[in-house]
Design a protein around this ligand. Structure first.
Ligand code: BTN
Length: 270
């Protein structure tokens, strides 16, 4: 079956109706194909596009992930969205934007498909131990040293699709995991509504308790790459700045603000 027949097309009007918060103010751009919605959103932000502007596309030819990776974005099978944020909050809270987006996306996915959706520090969503979503936040600082804008890029594998061989065991989609075909317009609107709420309340860190509850590395032995250094330890939890707290084998503790971490073996400590 042509995936475009199975999936409702992305429509700006339907996304707007699904976003009860009015975050986007109707500034929603739906593209058929583009290199990367983040690149388009960054260009629009640099030209002055307003807070809440959303760029989505049916497919991306050069979807970007963290650490220079590629994000597979086949036509009609995913929700590829980028949101322009012009924060009124202090730049000190900027590192919390990605975790707020992760909670917004996890809650929305779970609401629509009914399946528990975990967060893997710092920016991935997992369902049944497979990645279904990645988030890439890119920002620009102005001459006064405050945040001019941030672009939050969210890529969710919604429909069943063929992944390249190196991703087959680690990536999945909402449809493959649940059998549910969810409407991407509604998913996008749900995410925007939550994003608006959590960003408005970022100084109170309202999303952190939910981030902690869903975080899947906590309580496990992990390996992490941070600042070009490989470390191994036990993930104790997430602090109020969404940093990962690690206990090393010599008993010392380490706070990871960025980087990438993976389970090294499933072993819960008492
Ligand atoms: C990751 O897994 O490392 C992050 C993936 C982020 C993908 C999204 S899809 C929409 C937006 N446009 C991009 O080029 N990337 C983000």
């Amino acid at each position: 079956m042509d995936i475009q027949n199975k999936w409702s097309p992305l429509l700006a009007e339907r996304i707007k109706n699904a976003d009860k918060s009015g975050f986007s103010q109707g500034n929603i751009i739906v593209l058929d194909e583009t290199e990367s919605t983040n690149s388009i959103a960054k260009a629009l932000a640099a030209e002055g596009a307003s807070h809440g502007t959303v760029v989505t596309a049916e497919s991306q030819t050069m979807g970007r992930g963290r650490l220079g990776r590629r994000f597979e974005s086949p036509k009609g099978a995913g929700l590829y969205m980028s949101v322009i944020v012009r924060p009124s909050f202090d730049i000190a809270f900027a590192p919390l934007i990605t975790s707020a987006a992760a909670v917004s996306a996890a809650e929305s996915v779970e609401k629509l498909c009914g399946e528990y959706t975990a967060v893997k520090w710092v920016n991935d969503l997992y369902m049944n131990s497979r990645k279904i979503c990645g988030i890439l936040t890119e920002s620009a600082i102005n001459s006064k040293g405050s945040l001019a804008y941030a672009v939050i890029g969210i890529g969710i594998n919604v429909g069943k699709t063929e992944f390249p061989s190196e991703l087959r065991d680690i990536a999945s989609s909402i449809e493959a995991e649940t059998g549910n075909i969810i409407d991407r317009n509604i998913l996008c609107g749900e995410i925007l509504g939550r994003l608006e709420y959590y960003l408005e309340n970022i100084e109170e860190k309202r999303h952190i308790s939910e981030y902690r509850r869903r975080e899947m590395l906590t309580g496990n032995h992990i390996t992490a790459n941070t600042g070009g250094r490989e470390v191994e330890g036990y993930a104790i939890g997430i602090n109020e700045n969404a940093n990962l707290l690690l206990k090393l084998s010599d008993g010392s503790e380490m706070v990871l603000a960025s980087g990438e971490a993976n389970l090294c073996r499933i072993r819960r400590e008492k």
